[in-house]
Ligand binder design. Structure first.
Ligand code: ZN
Length: 114
């Protein structure tokens, strides 16, 4: 495997089809977007991480996480709210998770179990 040069940039952007601005870190390879990390500006919750199929398994999402976490406190979604991919990501990069902020019954049940 050859080392690929990449760059990470930060901007405030709206997630596609959404109107709420979010923190957005973009990793580009040769000027093309390879991976993006979206974080809620109020809670610091990671809303989404997307890596283009051709760029997966290169550790780019982890690189974005490390960069973002070095700039501000960011948190994984509560375990009960994560997608399968979100759980895999949280387990691989580590770091803090938010508690459930929505008062869902399912989450309260989950806490009772532990
Ligand atoms: Zn919840």
């Amino acid at each position: 495997m050859t080392e690929t040069e990449y760059q990470i940039s930060y901007q405030v952007a709206c997630y596609p089809y959404e109107t709420t601005p979010m923190h957005c870190w973009t990793l580009t390879v040769d000027g093309e977007i390879a991976s993006r990390l979206w974080v809620d500006m109020t809670t610091g919750e990671i809303m989404n991480v997307e890596t283009e199929p051709a760029h997966q398994r290169n550790g780019y999402a982890s690189a974005l996480y490390r960069q973002a976490a070095s700039e501000m406190p960011i948190y994984h979604a509560p375990a009960t709210h994560r997608s399968y991919a979100g759980s895999r990501f949280a387990e691989s990069v580590g770091g803090e998770s938010l508690p459930c902020l929505h008062g869902c019954a399912a989450c309260a049940d989950d806490e009772d179990d532990e």
